[in-house]
Design a binder for this molecule. Structure first.
Ligand code: MLT
Length: 394
């Protein structure tokens, strides 16, 4: 018996578990200090009333013989796939309902999708990057290339025709940098992928934060994306589903490589390894796409946007360079006076009792940078901004 040796190549623990351990150790040693958590991008506002009402109704259905449901379709109930299809259609993106697969979140499917690809493929990920893209490929022993995202390119690397990548990860608006690609910039990536016969894995978990003119919410806003791209989306950040778990993955029928139809492969994988998201949660997710649900989640998103503005104003006043915060719930700042982002993490935790995420946890180009989220409560964000102002103004 042999374990997967690739796991030995991983860092000992996942970035956000690491941070949680450090913060827990700090709070245990300083029980009377109020620590404000702006580290992991976890939402704080409750589910929308329309979602709760739909889930309560579904719970009642499950309690009656006539309406009880057992196993659902592995790829999701038609009512939810149709609601998502209509949501894309309203944005001018035409999808078939059976191109949409309901998942328990983007993080799971971003990892699961790798089942479809040979270990021999070369993967291209931006640096800095959401650690899941790297770790899941390390687990499979794939070769990983990095596209440098730096201050010089606005943290939006563009394709280099000389790079021989087979699988390309793009996250826009980006985690961790908050930078968002325009439709025109994404078109260059789609053209590159199609020219190479590569596949793009597009993480759109933060798409509802996009506000700027010309910026993309979906890769399917570009021409030819249906031939090369898979899109992962989530209700976690947009509708408060981090604890409820529901997302969706779009695998177009047109995505064919070497005569193999990706949609068919994914269906085969899902029907074998997945038993679907619970009926109750899918009914709640369906409510997100109703007129009432949309209004209610927009009200919550407005709170997070206000929080992002609070943090931006604080950084503007202090003259600290940052990206994000405008089309994204993340602010990515240069650590003032520190070159080591873990040292800045400790400084902020100890001197201001504010938790963020050290940039180096996202890759080598993240060193010297730091991520703050806008997902805390308005009160906590206001207080954190004030503490940061006081600490860094000195
Ligand atoms: C983050 O903080 O980067 C995210 O919350 C992590 C995730 O979505 O899994």
């Amino acid at each position: 018996m042999k374990f997967n040796a690739n796991y030995q190549k991983l860092k000992e623990s996942y970035l956000f578990s690491d941070i949680a351990h450090r913060v827990n150790a700090y709070t245990a040693a300083h029980p009377d200090q109020k620590v404000l958590r702006m580290g992991i991008g976890d939402v704080t506002l409750p589910l929308a009333p329309a979602v709760i009402a739909a889930m309560e109704k579904a719970v009642a259905e499950m309690g009656k013989k006539e309406t009880f449901r057992g196993y659902g379709p592995e790829q999701g109930y038609d009512f939810l796939r149709e609601a998502i299809r209509a949501d894309y259609a309203a944005r001018g993106i035409s999808l078939a309902a059976d191109e949409i697969f309901i998942s328990d979140g983007a993080k799971s499917d971003v990892g699961n999708i790798l089942d479809l690809f040979d270990a021999d493929n070369t993967v291209l990920v931006p640096d800095p990057v959401y650690p899941v893209y790297v770790d899941t490929n390390v687990m499979a022993g794939r070769r990983i290339l990095f596209a440098d995202a730096t201050r010089a390119n606005g943290f939006l690397p563009m394709p280099d025709p000389k790079t021989e990548a087979d699988i390309i990860y793009i996250c826009s608006p980006n985690n961790p940098t908050g930078a968002a690609y325009s439709v025109e910039q994404l078109q260059a990536w789609v053209d590159y992928a199609n020219a190479r016969g590569a596949v793009i894995l597009y993480d759109a978990a933060y798409e509802r934060f996009v506000a700027g003119e010309g910026l993309a919410r979906s890769i399917f806003e570009t021409k030819g994306a249906e031939d090369c791209a898979i899109e992962f989306c989530s209700l976690s950040k947009t509708a408060g589903f981090t604890g409820t778990r529901c997302g969706y993955t779009v695998v177009p029928h047109a995505l064919v490589r070497g005569g193999v139809h990706c949609n068919k492969l994914w269906l085969r994988r899902q029907t074998t390894k997945f038993n679907g998201v619970s009926y109750i949660v899918q009914r709640g997710a369906e409510a997100v796409f109703t007129e009432e649900g949309k209004k209610q989640i927009e009200a919550n998103l407005a709170v997070y946007r206000r929080n992002a503005r609070r943090l931006s104003s604080c950084l503007d006043e202090l003259g600290i360079f940052y990206t994000g915060g405008k089309n994204s719930p993340y602010l990515w700042l240069e650590c003032p006076g520190f070159t080591d982002s873990w040292k800045f993490f400790d400084y902020l935790l100890e001197e201001a009792n504010v938790v963020g995420t050290p940039g180096s946890g996202f890759g080598k180009n993240g060193e010297g940078f730091f991520r703050l989220t806008a997902f805390a409560s308005e009160e906590a964000t206001e207080e954190a901004a004030e503490r940061i102002r006081r600490l860094l103004r000195r």
